[in-house]
Ligand binder design. Structure first.
Ligand code: HEM
Length: 388
């Protein structure tokens, strides 16, 4: 996508798509400065799309889907957004996230024990997908043995969010969300009867007792944490390995100087951003951006993957360089909805790459080429064959 982004940044940095004249517009925002500006704007509403769907005649599957998502903090406006975010914020505070580094390393080692003797693997299936799912399941407090089911639900959700939506995709994702919803309600009931634990489930139950969350909010928050924390981090790992393998000099440098791991992970987040585009809501009050006027009802889509390659901010933006210091990337978003799990994602990324470099010394690309998955919002490999 990067040459296309570059053309838009130069010629039409705030670009509007309309399905028909007079219909509301969808605005794609390509430059770094405009992305920061629009994401901090108060003239946008996240909740509007759900209010609209829930009020109007919509197919049942679409309605059910939208109703569930309307309880997620990422889909809410002030003051509800702050209330929902505060309920689980401490689970993701920098100290708590750092404490998970060792645990992530242990889980990474367990997964690698299974593939080291094989000499080859599809790293997405064997490592990049299960690792963050197992970590986030522990952070939330979900039983480990349930991970294949959780993986299926997470996949159904991302299939819908990442493709041109069809009724079939809505139905599949809606069914997954309904099943996950019922599972979480049962788990909450079970945990209420047991001892308190200090995971996200425990925090959400505390917030329920204080009256800070409804039961729907509690379920929605836990569901969002799994979906938001899984594929994004899997893509950081997959895209990062792929980029290192196609830049052998940088891979060698990282092996020689492990102290560069922190800046290497930031550069991976910039260079192949796991979330390329986010839908950040509907315009509430008219505002101007890059000389264009956005009107109430229009939607706004900042293209984070383009902002992170903006030549106005990054020198030689198409060069992958793990020693970069100009790393003001927007991979985790900006403004009040900035990624809540950013610190955890960084910790997981560093632990995952350290384990891979340590356990797979001869790591190189496999015979078959890596395959990108088609996606509207994320940058994701379908397969990453490697040998070692
Ligand atoms: C929000 C990216 C990992 C939880 C976001 C947003 C982005 C993002 C761009 C803003 C979305 C928007 O404005 O609509 C990423 C990337 C990750 C990652 C690139 C990995 C490399 C995680 C993890 C968690 C997490 C591990 C842990 C559960 C969240 C939550 C929000 C969020 C809860 C919503 C915050 C809010 O609305 O206030 N993430 N994320 N993310 N992320 Fe992440």
């Amino acid at each position: 996508p990067y040459p296309v982004y570059a053309r838009f940044r130069a010629a039409d940095p705030v670009h509007c798509v309309r399905s028909a004249p007079g219909e509301p517009g969808v605005w794609y925002v390509f430059r770094h400065a405009d992305v920061l500006k629009v994401r901090r704007s108060r003239g946008l509403s996240r909740a509007a799309r759900h209010r609209r769907l829930c009020a109007g005649p919509a197919p049942d599957s679409l309605f059910r889907y939208s109703e569930k998502l309307s309880h997620w903090m990422v889909e809410r406006d002030a003051p509800d957004h702050a209330r929902l975010r505060a309920a689980v914020a401490e689970v993701f505070a920098p100290d708590a996230a750092r404490a998970l580094a060792a645990r992530t390393g242990e889980i990474a080692d367990e997964l690698l024990d299974g593939i080291v003797p094989l000499g080859r693997a599809d790293l997405m299936t064997a490592f990049a997908f299960p690792l963050p799912l197992l970590v986030i399941s522990e952070v939330i407090g979900l039983p480990r043995e349930d991970w294949p089911t959780l993986l299926r639900w997470s996949r159904a959700f991302s299939e819908l969010e990442n493709r041109r939506p069809t009724l079939a995709l809505y139905t599949e994702a809606g069914d997954a969300i309904d099943a996950f919803d019922a599972y979480l309600r049962e788990l909450l009931g079970h945990r209420r009867r047991g001892p308190r634990r200090d995971d996200a489930l425990g925090r959400v139950l505390d917030a329920r007792r204080r009256g800070a969350l409804t039961e729907d909010d509690a379920v929605g928050t836990l569901m969002l944490l799994l979906f938001a924390g899984h594929e994004t981090t899997a893509n950081l790992i997959g895209n990062g390995v792929h980029t290192l393998l196609s830049h052998p000099g940088q891979l060698r440098l990282l092996r020689e100087r492990p102290g560069l791991m922190e800046s290497a992970v930031e550069e991976m987040l910039r260079y192949e951003s796991p979330v390329q585009t986010v839908s950040i809501g509907h315009v509430r009050e008219p505002f101007t951006l890059g000389g264009r006027t956005l009107l109430p009802g229009d939607r706004v889509m900042p293209v984070l993957g383009s902002a992170n390659r903006d030549e106005r901010v990054f020198s030689a933006p198409d060069r992958f360089d793990i020693t970069r210091s100009d790393l003001r990337h927007a991979a985790f978003g900006t403004g009040v909805h900035t990624c809540l799990g950013a610190m955890l994602a960084r910790v997981e990324g560093r632990a995952a790459f350290s384990a891979l470099l340590r356990r797979l010394p001869g790591l190189r690309a496999g015979d078959a080429p890596a395959r990108w998955r088609e996606g509207l919002l994320t940058r994701e490999l379908a397969e990453l064959p490697v040998t070692f």
